[in-house]
Design a protein around this ligand. Structure first.
Ligand SMILES: Nc1ncnc2c1ncn2[C@@H]1O[C@H](COP(=O)(O)OP(=O)(O)OP(=O)(O)O)[C@@H](O)[C@H]1O
Length: 323
């Protein structure tokens, strides 16, 4: 029997002709499944549509939009066995890129119709769920400064420009990190990123080589540059880590993998989760292992053997064991 599928489509996402895109997607998918289409609107976004679709027990729910739409649909699917199809039509399409899901309509629909799936982790942070990453400090500021007009004009470059603008007034803050309830680490940082999944372009997440989305662990990267030269060196090192799959080696970069983090900063820092500003530190982030089934080109990914932790060079470092 054909799979019952619900397509949640954001007509306002991206820069393409959305009517044409919807028609193409329906033509590509309909021969393979029973397809029901639901459009988001300025008043009803993807989250309530996805919750209703989950209650209606579709076999497959497809998110066609930017990362905002994909994250909202994914949040409703966490802990269910309903598969998530991803058709990235936004600016960055970070979740699609992190899982090697192509973003041309034809190739994205082919991945969905071929039926290969991969079960990945997700995470929770207070009331929010997270499929990509949480940025504290620099990354949150970068997202805040990449405005809609710039994104429409420049696409993913808007984030890069906002990032450069942000680097000019980077200030270190003090941070305390509680790791799996068993260790407390204090240090100074300019940016802390906790990633469940991240594409190579999320440079600040690339401390441990290659963020692994299905290892039951979150990957935390700390960048603590003490000068403009330092930040250039750290950026280059992180980019290399992303492209070569080798963990970062630069002194001002630290990283570790764990299931649960509690992060406190002085002063409080903005927190961004999956591209949305959600509030300020302190925050607590917990991995929800193997909780989201996603249509992907392959059911597994290569995992290079790499060190899991490197904190020793961070400025003002102190480590305590929690009783
Ligand atoms: N029909 C609509 N008209 C206007 N806005 C909409 C509509 N449907 C959803 N939205 C808004 O779109 C936003 C989600 O956008 P989404 O992330 O899917 O695309 P995007 O913003 O183009 O992606 P990116 O952030 O990568 O540029 C939400 O804020 C939601 O309220």
């Amino acid at each position: 029997m054909a799979r019952s599928s619900c397509l949640i489509f954001n007509p306002a996402a991206g820069q393409g002709d959305s009517e044409q895109e919807l028609q193409t997607i329906c033509q590509l998918l309909s021969p393979h499944m029973e397809l029901e289409v639901r459009l988001t609107s300025p008043d009803v976004d993807a989250a309530p549509l996805a919750r209703t679709a989950v209650n209606q027990n579709f076999d497959l729910i497809i998110a066609a939009g930017g990362d905002g739409t994909v994250s909202a649909v994914a949040a409703a699917l966490i802990g269910t066995s309903i598969s998530l199809g991803v058709i990235g039509r936004g600016t960055a399409n970070a979740f699609a890129n992190a899982l090697d899901i192509p973003t041309s309509l034809e190739a994205a629909c082919r991945v969905i119709t071929e039926g290969t799936t991969r079960v990945v982790d997700a995470a929770s942070c207070g009331d929010s769920t997270m499929i990509l990453l949480a940025g504290i400090g620099l990354e949150a500021e970068t997202i805040r400064k990449a405005d809609r007009v710039a994104k429409d004009r420049l696409g993913v470059l808007a984030y890069v420009f906002a990032g450069f603008r942000q680097l000019q007034d980077l200030e270190l803050f003090s941070a305390e990190l509680e790791i799996d309830g068993s260790r407390k680490v204090e240090f100074s940082a300019g940016a802390i990123t906790v990633a469940n999944a991240a594409p190579a372009t999320s440079i600040l997440a690339q401390g441990p080589a290659g963020v692994i989305p299905d290892d039951g662990l979150l990957d935390l990267t700390i960048v603590a540059p003490e000068s403009t030269l330092d930040i250039m060196a750290a950026s280059y090192n992180l980019l290399r880590s992303a492209l070569r799959g080798e963990a970062a080696t630069q002194e001002s970069v630290g990283y570790l993998r764990a299931k649960h983090f509690r992060i406190t900063t002085q002063p409080a820092q903005r927190v961004m989760i999956d591209g949305e500003l959600v509030g300020h530190t302190p925050i607590e982030i917990a991995c929800i292992p193997h909780s989201l089934t996603v249509c992907t080109p392959q059911s597994d990914m290569e995992r290079p053997e790499q060190p899991q932790e490197r904190l020793e060079n961070l400025p003002d470092l102190s480590v305590r064991i929690v009783d």
